[in-house]
Design a protein around this ligand. Structure first.
Ligand code: MF3
Ligand code: CO
Length: 314
C-alpha cells in the first residue's frame, strides 16, 4: 500500500464508530474462538475455519480474504513467523510453540482488526502462562517457556501503552514512542520496523502508518472520530525480517521467535476506546495503571454478537 503523507485521516461520525464497534466485537469473538482452539494437534487451517464460521454466523464478512489475493480469514504466524502466515492444513500445532492469530471482520462496510499471540494449548488456562511446560519445548529452535511468556507479555504491554496514547490532543508518534519505550523497558527485544500499524475504518489499511518506534510529538494531532489499528511486533533476536516465497509470510531473518498483538482503537472525547476489546479496554488500561500482569488476549471470551443490526453504544 502506498501511503501519501498528505492524505487526510478519516474521521468517523458517532454512528459510524458504533458500527465499527460491532465489527470490533465480531473480530474479537472470532479471534478468541480461534485462540481457544489452538491446542496441540490442530492445524492452522482448522483455526481459520473456526474464525470464518464465527464471523459469518454474526452476519459479518472476513476482511482479509481476497485482500490483494490473501486466501484466508486469519493470519496464523507460528514461532519465527512474525505476521501474515497463511493457514495450512499441513501445519499442525505442537506443545511449546507460539502462534500469532490475526483476524479482521467487516460489518456494514466498517472494519475491525485484532491479533494476539499465545503459547499453543495455553489459551484457556487463564493464569496458565505460569504453568510449567519444562521439557516440552523443541530444543532445536524452540525457546524456554519463561522466555516466551516474557516476550508475549512485553508485546501485549507495549500495545496497551500505545493504545493509552490514542487520545485527543496527542500526536501520532506519541503512540509510537510509548510502544518503543515499553518494549525497551521490558527487555532486550527486537522491535520490528518494516511493518507498522495503520489507520482503519472504511478500509482495513488507511493512513496514517503507525510505527512501533520513534520520537514523540510528531505527526498529525489525534482528534475524536479517528481510528487506528496498533500492532507492535517484538522478537527475541534481531528485528530484521524476511519474506517467504509465498509472498505473504514474514519471518525473522535470524530465526528467533516473534510476538504480535493488535487492537483497533477509536479516539473519542473520553479518550481511547478499544473497539476490539469486549470491555472497550477498561481492564487493559487498569492493568497498565496498576502494573499487574496482563494476558488480556486470553482472559475472557467476548459474547457473540448475533445480529449486525444490534447497536453497541460506545
Ligand atoms: N493485521 C494485519 C495487518 O494489518 C492484517 C493483514 S491481512 C492480510 O497487516 F490480508 F493482508 F493478510
Ligand atoms: Co492490522
Amino acid at each position: 500500500m502506498r501511503l501519501r503523507r498528505d492524505d487526510p485521516i478519516e474521521v468517523k461520525s458517532p454512528a459510524q464508530l458504533a458500527i465499527m464497534r460491532e465489527a470490533g466485537l465480531v473480530t474479537a469473538a472470532a479471534l478468541q474462538a480461534a485462540a481457544a482452539a489452538a491446542e496441540p494437534g490442530i492445524s492452522t487451517a482448522e483455526l481459520d475455519a473456526i474464525a470464518e464460521r464465527e464471523i459469518r454466523s454474526a452476519g459479518a464478512t472476513p476482511s482479509f480474504k481476497g485482500y490483494h489475493g490473501y486466501p484466508a480469514t486469519i493470519c496464523t504466524s507460528v514461532n519465527d513467523q512474525i505476521v501474515h502466515g497463511i493457514p495450512d492444513p499441513a501445519q499442525i500445532l505442537t506443545a511449546g510453540e507460539i502462534i500469532s492469530i490475526d483476524c479482521g471482520a467487516i460489518v456494514g462496510g466498517w472494519h475491525g482488526d485484532s491479533a494476539l499471540t499465545i503459547r499453543v494449548g495455553q489459551a484457556q488456562a487463564g493464569a496458565g502462562h505460569q504453568l510449567s511446560l519444562h521439557g516440552e519445548h523443541d530444543q532445536h529452535g524452540g525457546s524456554p517457556p519463561d522466555e516466551l511468556d516474557a516476550l508475549l507479555s512485553a508485546c501485549e504491554r507495549a500495545l496497551w501503552h500505545g493504545l493509552a496514547q490514542a487520545a485527543p490532543g496527542r500526536r501520532l508518534t506519541d503512540i509510537s514512542h510509548a510502544i518503543e519505550q515499553a518494549a525497551r523497558a521490558a527487555g532486550r527485544y527486537g522491535i520490528v520496523r518494516e511493518y507498522t500499524g495503520h489507520g482503519i475504518g472504511s478500509q482495513m489499511h488507511m493512513d496514517p502508518a503507525v510505527p512501533n518506534y520513534g520520537r514523540a510529538g510528531r505527526g498529525p494531532v489525534l482528534t475524536p472520530g479517528m481510528a487506528l489499528a496498533i500492532e507492535p511486533m517484538l522478537v527475541l533476536g534481531a528485528a530484521a525480517t524476511r519474506l517467504l516465497e509465498d509472498g505473504w509470510t514474514v519471518v525473522t531473518a535470524d530465526g528467533s521467535w516473534a510476538a504480535h498483538f493488535e487492537h483497533t482503537v477509536a479516539i473519542t472525547d473520553d479518550g481511547p476506546f478499544v473497539l476490539t476489546a469486549e470491555d472497550g479496554g477498561a481492564s487493559g488500561f487498569a492493568a497498565l495503571r496498576s502494573g499487574t500482569e496482563m494476558r488480556l488476549g486470553t482472559t475472557s471470551r467476548p459474547r457473540a454478537v448475533g445480529a449486525v443490526g444490534a447497536r453497541n453504544g460506545i
